[in-house]
Every structure is written in C-alpha cells, then in structure tokens.
Design a protein around this ligand. Structure first.
Ligand code: AMP
Length: 395
C-alpha cells in the first residue's frame, strides 16, 4: 500500500510517499516546493517528481493521500476528507486562519486532480482525546462552552511521534507499543510499571509543549487555537483577551485588523522587530540588539513555564525531548531552557548539546536523572500509518 502525505503550508507543498508491505514501512520519496502560487501546478509537479523517481506512476498507483489537518468543528481523529469535513474545517477558519484556508484549498485541488483516490486527514487535535477534562476547559460562560470554546491542543502528530520514539530510545518497548496503538485501541495496550513520563518540546515556526504519560498526552500548551501557548514565529501565543479589546478601542482597530496583527505581526517577529525566523533573531541578538535578546528571553521563559507545568502534572519526568526546526537545530535555545534546572534533575552536557543538530541524540550527561533528548520529528509517518489503518478498517 502506498500513502502520499501532503504537508500544506500557506505558500509551500511538501510531500512524503510511504510504502507499507507487511511489517515493512518504507519512505519511497520526499520532496517539496516553496513559494507556491498555483496549487494545481504544485500537485502536477509532485506527481511528476514521483513518476520520475519511479516511486509512483500517477494517481492510480497511490492508495490514499494523507493530510495533517488542523482543526474542524466537531471532528477530530483520522477521517475521510469529504465535503462535510471540509465544511467543518471552514467553520473554524477564524480560529486557524494561517492553517485551515490553505489546507482546505489544497485538499480541494487534490480531490480534482486525483479523483477516486481517498483523501484522509489526521487532525492535530486527535492526540488530546485522553487528556484529563480539567486540562482542557476554560472558565467561560456556559453558552461559550456549548459553542465549543475549550482547549483543543495541536501538533498531535509530532508529539505522538515523540511519544513513540522517545519510549523506544528510553528502552520502554511496552510504552512505545502503547503509543503506536493509541488511536487503534484507545490506550488499552498494557504497560509495565513505573509509568514513563516525557515532556515533548516541539519548537519551530509554530511551537508547543506536551506532557506525555505512558504514550498519551495529558495536555498541550496550545489551547482553543494554534495561535495560543508559546509565542510562535509571527503568531502571538497566550495573551490576556482583554488586551485584544483594549487595543481595538485604543487604536481603533477593526476585528479583522486586530486578528491579522496577532496572526502575522506578533510572536517572535513582533517581540524582536527583526524576523519571524529565529536564526535571524539570534544573529541580531549576538550583535547586541536588545529587542532581539528580549524576544529570545521571553521565548525561553515561556518554554520553561510549560515545562514546569508538565513536571507537576506528571509528578516529575523521565525525559525532556526537543524537536522541530528550533528544537532539533538550536543548541543555544536548548541550553537556555535547561539552565539551572539541576534541582529538578535536568542537566545538559555542553559538548553533546553543541554536537546534536537534526539527529537523534542524548544531550544530558550519563548521570542526569532526567534524560534530555533531541529527536527529529516525523509527523508524516504518523499520518501515513493512521491513513493506512483507516483504509484497512474500512475494508
Ligand atoms: P519548523 O517550523 O519546524 O520548520 O521550524 C522553523 C524554525 O526552525 C525557524 O524559526 C528556524 O529558525 C529554525 N530552524 C530551522 N532549521 C534550522 C537550522 N538548520 N538551524 C537553526 N535553526 C533552524
């Protein structure tokens, strides 16, 4: 069975094609286009690249296309992306303006270009189904709650991959198996004692932190929308909602303009005044730019706040894991996050940390009570496996 996973950004298309045969999982091809203006052309280019590489000879050679879909009203888990689900995604466009519209447009293009090929979405919210209710509710009026205002949590595919892979790396195949089977059996796969407690830090253009007990999430730093939690590249992160209404009145902003500013001009870009790419902000900070330095300090502070939250929720941790563009590639940020946490058993070896770039690595000293790991994420594999499972259960 061949599953193509399409990762759709607002101006990019990246893909990975997997083949599943018995127990074997193989990545057959990966590629992508940046600065995409015409999605139909990009899909054409993707199919051409797959054919030229001998990986798939056109749509008939692909069993399904999987998508890392973000948010839909009343829909989560792994589902066929029919018109009803696309409308449920559209209903949440205002909560995920950077994510849902490009995904919906891209999925519609795939449906046109590859008729008859199942299109399957694994929602980023799926991993939080087992989180305690107390971790997912806001103190809003009942009518808001009835309208669906609650924490959803995001980055589910990435944190689920970290749950699986970290358990393997930590010598807990029982927990790895439970994490892998979580969506299939709802967490009924038995595990041994003691429980495995992992704090997963997905730090990238978009960032979130999740506490994971025995392969299942206990919550996520993102809430109702993927603009919340940590400051993101250009999205705000957590903000007192009354600052929103204050600025609308003070600056005479329309609702749309206030939303736009918080989704495009905020986060690390807004804080630093430099860039939405942390590499440029770090470069500016190293040259003495005080606003860039502050942006990095706020980012690190917020990461530590959420690590603290999950240390409490999990009653300690066995491992702290860094993943995604920043987590995998930025020793400076990892060092700053872990500084002066030896009282909590978290220590980083400077040489191991400096050497770990985009590879799996242990960056804590051998005697550190909490293992600190770098684990490159693999969200596409999680999507492909779940798409395969859906097709198999339908058959
Ligand atoms: P992601 O959303 O996971 O692609 O991560 C994007 C972020 O990761 C950007 O802010 C970059 O600063 C950072 N990043 C990506 N690749 C690297 C790299 N090779 N070295 C340092 N930072 C990187």
């Amino acid at each position: 069975m061949k599953i193509l996973v399409a990762n759709i950004g607002s101006t990019s298309l990246k893909w990975r094609l997997y083949r599943f045969e018995g127990e074997e999982e193989r990545l057959l091809h990966k590629g992508g286009f940046e600065r995409v203006e015409d999605y139909s052309q990009a899909i054409e280019g993707c199919l051409r690249a797959l054919a030229e590489a001998g990986a798939a000879q056109g749509p008939k050679d692909i069993d399904a296309v999987g998508f890392k879909t973000v948010l839909a009203e009343g829909v989560s888990g792994c589902v066929r992306l029919d018109e009803g689900v696309l409308r449920a995604m559209e209903a949440m466009n205002s909560a995920a303006p950077a994510h849902n519209p490009p995904y919906i447009a891209g999925i519609r293009r795939f449906a046109e270009r590859m008729p008859g090929v199942p299109l399957i979405g694994l929602f980023e919210t799926a991993f939080y189904r087992w989180a305690p209710q107390a971790a997912m509710e806001y103190g809003v009026p009942p009518s808001w709650r009835e309208a669906g205002v609650r924490r959803h949590g995001f980055h589910g595919a990435s944190h689920k991959y970290i749950a699986e892979r970290s358990a393997e790396l930590l010598g807990r195949p029982d927990v790895a198996e439970r994490a892998k089977r979580l969506y299939a059996d709802g967490g009924r796969t038995p595990v041994n004692d003691p429980p495995l407690r992992v704090i997963s830090c997905h730090l990238g253009g978009s960032s979130s932190i999740t506490g994971i007990r025995n392969g299942a999430a206990v919550g996520n730093s993102m809430g109702f929308s993927p603009q919340s939690g940590l400051p993101h590249n250009n999205r705000v992160g957590d903000l007192d909602v009354f600052a929103f209404t204050f600025m609308m009145r003070r600056a005479g902003l329309s609702l749309e303009e206030a939303e736009r500013q918080l989704c495009r001009e905020a986060g690390l870009k807004g804080l630093s005044g430099v860039s939405n790419d942390l590499r440029e902000t770090l470069a500016a900070a190293s040259k003495g730019d005080s606003q860039a330095k502050l942006a990095i300090e706020v980012f690190v502070h917020e990461i530590r706040r959420w690590i603290g939250a999950y240390l409490v929720m999990l009653n300690g941790a066995d491992a702290l894991v860094f993943t995604a563009g920043i987590g995998e590639n930025q020793p400076l940020i990892r060092e700053a996050v872990c500084r002066d946490l030896d009282g909590l058993g978290i220590r980083v070896d400077p040489d191991r940390n400096a050497a770990a770039r985009a590879v799996e690595a242990v960056i804590s000293p051998d005697d550190s009570p909490v293992k600190v790991l770098v684990v490159p994420t693999n969200e596409e594999l999680v999507v492909a496996r779940e798409a395969k499972r859906l097709l198999e259960t339908e058959r």
